[in-house]
Design a protein around this ligand. Sequence first.
Ligand code: SAH
Ligand code: SF4
Length: 357
Amino acid sequence: MNNLFTYGIDEYPALMDSLGQPTFRAGQLARWLWQRDAAGYDAMTDLPKELRARLASAAPLTRAHVATRQVARDGTRKYLLAFADGVSVECVGIPGRDGRLTVCVSTQAGCALGCVFCATGQGGLTRDLLPGEIAEQAVVVGRDFQRRVSHVVTMGQGEPFLNYDATLLGLRIINATDGLGVGARHITLSTAGIIAGIERLANEPEQFTLAVSLHSAIQTQRDELMPGLRGQSLERLHTALAQYYEHTHRRPSLEYTLIARQSDTDAQLDALADFARSLGAHVNLILLNKMPANTNPIGDDAPQRPVGTPQRSTYIPLSENHANEICARLRTAGVEATLRASRGADIDAACGQLAAR
Ligand code: SAH
Ligand code: SF4
């Protein structure tokens, strides 16, 4: 007996087969779940009643419960979703022009990597999410906005490449015709830079978009900001990204959070420009968002703070003007760069503010 959310959409035919059902039932099930948002098996009225009962015991289905919902001044909405076992994650809906709706999904409850500026990283990892739990977040947001989900990014809680299989299965549900039907190029995997994951993604058939959180192209600084990746060399990351491009002909983008007096020095910006230019990668500059007050501070009183970890007050955002200057400087250096607008900061819904509760 497996929770239905354990299955990828391609596994529904085998599930139906194991119950002695024809394959077309798999498509019916998928559409009820991911398009028609059925509350449970009982709502799937064109499945035989006996089948619904057998499904309920063979593959129990509990839809996520929206525990809290907050709306920001700019229209961004943040949700706390609770799953069957009570574990909860946050996800975000970001409405845009021309009917766009971007959903920022979590791939894990919490995160083990502990990046020093990220609220999720301060609480550690609770557990991996299941494929259906990842897709469910897009369903909940689409339902609430009463709009088709047009884009999905894995920029919520967790590191997608440390939950690779479930993340890919979840994104395939989001991408599938019988699923949410979001185009693969509109689905972005954001990773802290797990090399094995980048190598695997290069060999997947879908044209998903890859974004890598770089934050510093200088080894010592990156090790300090991203302690969970200490020991992983930037050189290997660069090689993996170059190979990814060679293999897929899709350019990865680089996320770079701007931290005053750290990421804005000449040495840092020159290193970033070299790293990005040689890959032909687009750089997304991000203004550092403050950590919500309810997350464990990185401070002298935090018992889990590893020796040598700087205090939270070390991390100060840059002004927007300064960030725009950096953007212009990178362009002059031959790098495609944009400053990403931060959305939903007044409800702590922006990048890095999603807390494991
Ligand atoms: N683990 C993945 C995806 C989730 S984090 C990753 O790290 O890419 C999504 C994005 O938010 C990453 O680019 C991350 O670096 C960024 N981020 C984390 N904390 C932030 C903060 N306080 N301010 C701005 N961006 C932050
Ligand atoms: Fe994890 Fe990404 Fe946050 Fe780092 S930035 S702690 S990898 S969620």
